[in-house]
Each structure stands twice: as structure tokens, then as C-alpha cells.
Ligand binder design. Sequence first.
Ligand SMILES: [Fe+2]
Length: 147
Amino acid sequence: MDSKLLWKDEYCLGHNAIDFEHKKLFDIANQIFAIGNPRVNSERIKGLVQEMYDYMTHHFEHEEKFMAEISYAEASEHKQKHQKILEEMDKVRSNGEGFNVLEMNLEYIMQEWFAVHILNEDKKIMERIESYELKLYYRYCRPGLHS
Ligand SMILES: [Fe+2]
């Protein structure tokens, strides 16, 4: 089955752990979209939406820890943007309007909030570590840092 959300190369930031987490969030969302019959699989949908909310929380915490490590100047503005996405995700989690609305809202969050956030905001953090040494440090020397 084709995935509804497509991962694009331009989403890759060059930070292995963060890229992995971003891809995993796309993957969980696609698992939700791939559910055939929402009436039969309602418990599975609930479980996956909760998993997605939890993983997103965990991922944002990692990113915020990373911003603190590199003394990123715009960390608090960035954190507010994470909060906003989580609020939207929380609305999906407490969705009472059925699978179609849930699917539509989730797709909107991932395309219009999350992917745009990666391209506009997360990329700015990476520009901060553009120096060769730091890049090497975060790519290769500490692969388990955020796992
Ligand atoms: Fe972010």
C-alpha cells in the first residue's frame, strides 16, 4: 500500500537521531492512514494515536535538550512552536468525530505543521552547527546521544 505521507530528502537535517525520530513520526502516521476498517480497528487507532502523541512529546524534548546543548539563541520561540503542534496533536487524540476527521486533521498536522516546522525551524538549528567539527561531532561521534 502506498504511504499517504511521503518522506522527502529535503526533510533530512543531517542529525541522525533527529532525522530518525522525524521519520518515525511519519511512519506512525502512515500506519494510522493504512488502517482499513476504523470500526474493527478502533482500539488500534487509539493506541497508535497515543503512541504518536507520546513519541512526539519525547522527540520535542530531545530537540529542546539539543538546542540547550548548543546554546541555540531562539530556543524558547522554537519551544513554543513545539507546544502549538502538541496542542493540535492533543485535539486529534481526543477526537470524538470519527476516523475521517481524525485522518484529515492528522494529515493536516503532519503536512502543514510538522513538515513545515522541519523545513523552516529545525533547519535553522542545524545552520547553527554548520561548522565542520560540530557536524562531525553530532553525526558520527555521538550516535546514541538522543536515543
Ligand atoms: Fe523542532
